[in-house]
Design a protein. Structure first.
Length: 145
């Protein structure tokens, strides 16, 4: 088994065994990575070289697909206003990325990336706090026999 196959298997196992909260954080991580890669396609003059246009578009489309997956994962009944607000944000982000893809607007991509970073940070904190609440409380080690 080559390194690439081993790494792919490792990543797949990580996804399959992750909690729902961890999966959400992983989606944010990948979306942020795709947006950063799209931003990297701009040169010093804030232009995209012709050979990078297709890759730029693929990065944006992947980020939009991830945001759409985040939309689908929302529990609108249990989530109440938080889910409604997140849905509105995700719709707005996808619209901004659509516009950025057409107009090659680096600032719109950077804005969505920054907002995704903030949301990711919040989700990571929620996942961390949820995990600590689920840990069994140890009564301590009884060495008295």
């Amino acid at each position: 088994m080559g390194f690439t196959q081993g790494y792919s298997a490792y990543k797949e196992a990580g996804v399959k065994t992750a909690s729902q909260g961890k999966l959400i954080v992983m989606l944010y991580d990948e979306c942020i990575r795709q947006l950063a890669s799209a931003i990297d396609k701009f040169n010093e003059d804030s232009k995209i070289e012709p050979q990078n246009i297709e890759l730029f578009g693929k990065n944006i489309v992947k980020a939009q697909a991830i945001i759409t997956e985040l939309m689908v994962s929302l529990d609108m009944e249990a989530g109440g206003d938080i889910s409604k607000n997140l849905m509105n944000l995700y719709i707005y982000f996808n619209q901004e990325l659509l516009n950025a893809n057409v107009s090659f607007d680096k600032e719109k991509i950077a804005f969505v990336k920054e907002m995704m970073l903030q949301l990711r940070s919040t989700w990571a904190e929620v996942v961390l706090n949820s995990a600590s609440e689920l840990r069994p409380v140890s009564a301590g080690l009884n060495i008295s026999g």
